[in-house]
Design a protein around this ligand. Structure first.
Ligand code: IMP
Ligand code: MG
Length: 175
């Protein structure tokens, strides 16, 4: 049966929030270069919009890790599917993620990146679902805190669908 999608954050609100995050990052990294590490595929829309709003020099890097597959539950097993193609030694890294849910993916990944000798590593996420947290993760820049709902759009998927929605919406499953 088909499900409905109820708008939670319209596009304008998302873009306004990302502008705020970009301004904050630009201020805090004044005089430095930042390396944005986009976590594919979910954070792709967010990272591109954020990169446009940062006024200090930006390098864009991409990484893909497995977390959900087509389920709505994290397995706890994190696998690097696609790694960075540049070393991050001495770099100011900002990991860009779509959403922090259980925290397992970022807990693991931030640890991996810190062991590669960067100058700094920070975490920037568009969304935070704190009620679902299993592992502690420090979020340095956060867009929106949301309740325990399954959402899609602006990069986020449900079984690989809906990433291209320009807004963020809640998936309403049929009764
Ligand atoms: P974590 O390891 O449980 O924090 O999982 C984070 C990942 O789960 C994110 O990068 C998303 O890909 C996925 N995820 C968590 N919640 C949602 C959601 O509500 N909609 C779509 N994907 C989600
Ligand atoms: Mg996903």
């Amino acid at each position: 049966m088909e499900h409905k999608i109820e708008v939670m954050f319209p596009e304008e609100q998302i873009v306004a929030k990302i502008k705020e995050l970009g301004a904050k990052i630009s201020e805090e990294y004044a005089g430095k270069e930042v390396t944005l590490v986009c976590i594919l595929k979910g954070a792709s829309f967010f990272t591109c919009e954020l990169a446009k709003r940062i006024t200090v020099p930006v390098k864009l890097e991409f990484m893909q890790v497995s977390s959900y597959g087509n389920e709505t539950e994290s397995s706890g097993v994190v696998k690097i599917i696609q790694d960075l193609d540049e070393p991050i030694r001495g770099k100011n890294v900002i990991v860009c993620e779509d959403i922090i849910d259980s925290g397992r993916t970022m807990h693991y990944l931030l640890d991996v990146l810190r062991h590669r000798g960067p100058e700094s590593v920070k975490l920037c996420t568009l969304l935070d679902k704190p009620d679902r947290r299993v592992v502690d993760v420090k979020i340095d820049y956060n867009g929106f805190v949301i309740p325990d709902k399954f959402i899609v759009g602006y990069g986020l998927d449900y079984a690989q669908r809906y990433r291209n929605l320009p807004y963020i919406g809640e998936v309403i499953l049929p009764e």
